[in-house]
Design a protein around this ligand. Structure first.
Ligand code: C2E
Ligand code: CA
Ligand code: CA
Ligand code: CA
Length: 268
């Protein structure tokens, strides 16, 4: 069963009719949130490993509740993908991220923006047009934006996906492969993808302090990414030891609670 949101867990019962009801309750609540512009983007810093300077932020969606709590994306993105609401949601995210990317250009240093893209959105026929139109509308340059995609998106789309990525890169956008190491793509396939950076999933980071096996594993994941000539970002860095360890292994960028949690734009 899908994990449902904070407010919905209370209603959960291992009963199919009930579960459908809660999904449909979430669907209409989510629709209200979209219509009333209640969703928010929070931004998490991404630092360069050599000087730990923040150079980029990742946009992460948040759904504030009337009691002050937040529903996390893992609890509603899957529902939105099931109901089709992911398309307006994802369009809203991209537009807001572009607007905020423009604001971040006034800062010193200027910060680039990473945006998570759902497979369903990426695979829509008009995705590239949507992106280019939104950039024009908001006055955002392509070079200020990085799209984060997962392996499954790229596998589903094959040659089509590759052509889209090439078009987007021609317009200055960069492409990150999210959650690297958790999928099962062949190396020869990954080699063909026009990517700029791979983001090593945080599950590889968690155990490196205590478990030799985990250290060996992350070393080989980093080596694979480097051998494919991609820049490497390590996610989920929570301690200075983890930052030092992956920096020594050659990671170019770092992201995690140690450097900053996701926060509203005004707190950045
Ligand atoms: P992701 O893209 O892999 O995002 C990283 C997640 O790891 C975020 O969770 C972030 O808050 C969390 N994180 C960052 N640093 C640390 C750390 O040091 N330790 C730990 N334990 N966690 C850390 P979040 O914001 O709950 O997002 C979860 C997932 O939801 C994201 O995973 C992404 O797949 C999806 N998501 C978030 N925002 C969007 C969005 O705007 N659009 C789409 N399509 N998906 C989104
Ligand atoms: Ca991401
Ligand atoms: Ca990730
Ligand atoms: Ca993830």
């Amino acid at each position: 069963a899908k994990k449902l949101g904070y407010n919905y867990v209370l209603e959960y019962e291992p009963n199919m009719a009930k579960r459908l009801l809660t999904t449909s309750a979430m669907r209409s609540n989510l629709q209200e949130a979209i219509d009333n512009n209640e969703l928010e983007l929070h931004y998490q810093p991404i630092v360069r490993s050599n000087d730990q300077q923040t150079i980029q932020v990742e946009a992460l969606i948040r759904w504030p509740q009337s009691d002050g709590s937040l529903i996390a994306p893992d609890d509603f993105i899957p529902v939105a993908e099931m109901t089709g609401q992911i398309i307006p949601l994802s369009e809203w995210v991209f537009k807001r991220a572009c607007e905020d990317a423009v604001k971040l250009q006034e800062r010193e240093p200027k910060l680039r923006m990473s945006v998570n893209i759902s497979a369903l959105h990426f695979n829509r026929a008009n995705f590239v047009d949507f992106v280019l139109n939104t950039l024009a509308e908001t006055g955002c340059r392509g070079t200020w934006i990085e799209l984060e995609l997962t392996e499954s998106i790229l596998l589903e789309g094959s040659q089509y996906a590759i052509e889209r990525l090439q078009t987007l890169r021609k317009h200055g956008l960069s492409i990150a492969l999210d959650d690297f190491g958790t999928g099962f793509s062949s190396l020869s396939y990954l080699k063909r993808l026009p990517l700029d950076v791979v983001k090593i999933d945080r599950s590889f980071i968690a155990g490196i302090r205590h478990h030799k096996g985990d250290r060996v594993l992350i070393e080989s994941v980093i080596k694979i990414a480097q051998s494919l000539d991609f820049a490497v970002l390590a996610e989920g860095i929570e301690t200075p030891q983890q930052a030092e360890f992956v920096t020594e292994l050659g990671c170019n960028y770092l992201q995690g609670y140690y450097f900053g949690r996701p926060m509203p734009l005004k707190n950045l």
